[in-house]
Structure formats: structure tokens, C-alpha cells
Design a protein around this ligand. Structure first.
Ligand code: DSN
Length: 404
């Protein structure tokens, strides 16, 4: 305990003294930490409310029903059309549970390639989504860097997938879920929209919603939604039974009740007006950071951003993503290396992915984005000593406290 207490304290200090630009990370509130650290972690409640495999679950039934209801309300979904499962341990198992509900092994999945901005669970060969199913992947147009819906349509028509997955981890532009929905309908496929990265923006109506055009929507809860590590599956009513069975008993065991309660607090927070302002600020900050980085001399993939993230193309600077990541980390700035569609080798990515959800939670605005772009320029372009800049970074962060 002594050792771990010390390490946890050290990690809290690291979080306080680091500019976190990893677009999939965030800081939760004290209330969310309270639920996560509560004795709700002690109980087994395999099954679903009213149909558990263990006694003593009355309170857990109430909690789960309440959180499911909040999830539907937060995204303005009608209970007649949509159901929700709040038990997935995280985004990857949520996607796998959906695939296993909608497809038999060896059936066809069409997904977004990782190097173009998709996710491992969108059919990558190292992931079970790529091993269990027959996969084709769409990429972006190499010239524009944008999703090419005409090409996706042609691919889908030829391949005839059972499931088409849309969604991103490193694509800085708006996704046209309507087009994905139309393509899926045309070829008779299910459309799974994985909105893990952009769920907060969708909830705040700052990104077009996938719900009218999807059969299933999955999201993690710890990114722009600013909740605990976990995931949620929204599904059309008629898919409820199959998908619920796929989550449990198909794939998972007992739900993490402390996490489910924390998701409830996340939704209560997300339904307050200042959450919408928070999401707006994420985008304003992202656009400002992109603009300043371009001014500083960086090349951005697709020349900017519409959402919470951007990717720097480091090739013109003769820098590898890994080197840039390490140099920034030496100055207490975190951004992660990322493949770009035109990379020679996926093992040496030449992209650097940055995003604004975490720094926006700390209260930073456009003015601070100018400062952050300047730090990055000094380290990666001017090649100033990052250890010297670290002192300035730590000082700068003193004005932006964390909630804990
Ligand atoms: N690892 C997440 C990200 O960083 O985007 C996706 O699962």
C-alpha cells in the first residue's frame, strides 16, 4: 500500500505538471472519482436488471436502469427506437460484442484502416476483428486525406459486407454518417458507428449525429465524454436481445458497477449547459492550435481540423513520430506518434496526433493554444533543449489546476 500510495501521488503530480494533448484522454471530476472508488466495486451482478445470476442486486438494478435512462436522454433518443447497454468494459470489447452479435465468424466486415485514422477493432489483422471475419478496409483519398464516400460505396458494392463500421481515432474532419448509412442500406449491411472519439461533440450537437443513420452506435466514455474508462452500446430496439446476449454471457462476466455509476455521474454532468460550452471550447481550441501550428511552420494532415484533434506530418522536418513524441515528453508535453496514410512503414509513423479535450478541461482557451504551439515549435523546429522548456511548462500549468 505504501509503495502504491507513493506511486499514485507521483502520478497525480505528473498529471498536474504535464500538458496533455493526447486526444483520447481527459480528467474526470471528483464526483466521478468518488463513484469509481466506492464499494460498488464489491458486487457481482452478472445478467441485466431484473434478471441477475446473483442475489443482492436490487440497488444495482436501480443504478443500471437509471444510467441507461440517462444515456438515452443525453443523446435525445427515444426508448421506443433505441436500447442501450452500459456494461461493456471498454471500447474494444464493445465493438467485438457487436460484431459477434451481427456476424458469424468468416462473414464480411468493412472497416476504416488504422493508418488512415480508423481503429484496431475496425478490422486490423492483428485484432480479433481482423482474424475472425473476412475484412476489407477503406482508406482516405491519398491526395486530399479525406474519406472518399464514392470509393467506399464502390468497395461496399463489390465486397457486400455484413457490417460496415464508421468512426475514427485520428481523422481530423467531420464524418458523413448519412453517407455511411446510405451505403449500408444500399448493400444490405448493418451500419455500426463507433463514436468513441467524438461522442462529446455529438452529444453537444457540434458534430452531425450518427443515430438517424446507424443500426448500432458504440462509444467509450473516457474521451470527450469525460467519464470513467468504459463503453456503451446503443442499438436499435430489434437488435437489443442479440447484442445484450453477446455482451453477457457471450463475451463478458460481471459488470463493473462502480464504473456504471460513474457513467451516470458523467451523463448528469454532460446534461448541464456548461458541458456544451466545454465541447465548444474543445473545438475552438483545436482550431486555434491547428492555426498556430501551421503559422509556426508545421504541415497538418488535411491542413487543419473540424474536431478535437489534428495530426502533424513530420516528414518535411525529417523527424520520426517517435522522436517528436520523446522530445516533447522531455518537456512534459504529451502527444502521441501516429501513422499517416502515406507512411512508408507502419512501424515508423511520421505523424504526431494532438488534441484539446484534456487541456480544455483544465480551463485553457485560445490564448493558451498560442503558447502551446510556441512550446512545440521551440522543441521540434528550433530544436531548443526540451529540459529547459520543461521548467516553463510546469510554471505555465500552475494557473490551470486539475479537479483533484
Ligand atoms: N487508444 C485510443 C486512442 O488513443 O484513440 C483508441 O482506442
Amino acid at each position: 500500500m505504501k509503495k502504491l500510495k507513493k506511486l499514485i501521488k507521483k502520478e497525480i503530480e505528473r498529471q498536474k505538471e504535464t500538458i496533455n494533448l493526447i486526444p483520447s484522454e481527459n480528467y474526470v471530476s471528483k464526483d466521478i472519482l468518488y463513484a469509481l472508488g466506492s464499494p460498488l466495486t464489491n458486487k457481482y451482478s452478472e445478467g441485466y436488471p431484473g434478471k441477475r445470476y446473483y442475489p443482492g442486486n436490487k440497488i444495482y438494478d436501480e443504478i443500471e436502469e437509471y444510467v441507461k435512462n440517462l444515456a438515452l436522454r443525453a443523446f435525445n433518443l427515444s426508448e421506443r427506437e433505441w436500447s442501450v447497454n452500459v456494461q461493456p468494459y471498454s471500447g474494444s470489447p464493445a465493438n467485438i460484442a457487436v460484431y459477434l452479435a451481427l456476424m458469424k465468424p468468416k462473414e464480411k466486415l468493412l472497416g476504416f484502416s488504422l493508418t488512415s485514422g480508423g481503429h484496431l477493432t475496425h478490422g486490423h489483422y492483428v485484432n480479433y476483428s481482423g482474424k475472425l471475419f473476412k475484412v476489407k478496409q477503406y482508406s482516405v483519398n491519398p491526395k486530399t486525406g479525406l474519406l472518399d464516400y464514392e470509393e467506399i460505396y464502390k468497395l461496399a458494392k463489390k465486397f457486400k459486407p455484413k457490417v460496415i463500421v464508421s468512426g475514427i481515432t485520428a481523422y481530423p474532419r467531420i464524418i458523413d454518417f448519412k453517407k455511411f448509412g446510405e451505403i449500408a442500406t444500399e448493400v444490405g449491411a448493418f451500419h455500426l458507428a463507433d463514436i468513441s472519439h467524438i461522442a462529446g461533440l455529438v452529444l453537444a450537437k457540434l458534430h452531425p449525429s450518427p443515430f438517424p443513420y446507424a443500426d448500432v452506435v458504440t462509444t467509450t466514455t473516457h474521451k470527450t465524454l469525460r467519464g470513467p474508462r468504459g463503453a456503451i452500446i446503443f442499438m436499435r430496439k430489434e437488435l437489443e436481445e442479440t447484442i445484450n446476449k453477446s455482451v453477457f454471457p457471450g463475451l463478458q462476466g460481471g459488470p463493473h458497477n462502480n464504473v456504471i455509476a460513474a457513467m451516470g455521474i458523467m451523463f448528469e454532468e454532460a446534461m448541464k449547459k456548461n458541458f456544451i460550452n466545454y465541447q465548444k471550447q474543445i473545438i475552438s481550441n483545436s482550431k486555434k492550435l491547428a492555426e498556430e501550428l501551421i503559422k509556426a511552420g508545421f504541415n497538418l494532415w488535411t491542413n487543419g481540423t473540424d474536431n478535437h484533434l489534428m495530426v502533424i506530418d513530420l516528414k518535411p522536418l525529417n523527424l520520426l513520430g517517435k522522436t517528436a513524441e520523446e522530445l516533447l515528453e522531455q518537456a512534459n508535453i504529451l502527444a502521441n506518434r501516429n501513422s499517416l496514410p502515406n507512411d512508408q512503414s507502419p512501424f515508423n509513423p511520421s505523424g504526431l496526433r494532438l488534441g484539446t479535450p484534456a487541456v480544455t478541461t483544465r480551463g485553457m482557451k485560445e490564448r493558451e493554444m498560442i503558447k502551446i504551439a510556441e512550446f512545440i515549435k521551440r522543441i521540434l523546429i528550433n530544436r531548443e533543449n526540451p529540459f529547459k522548456i520543461k521548467k516553463e511548462v510546469v510554471d505555465f500549468l500552475k494557473n490551470f489546476p486539475l479537479p483533484y
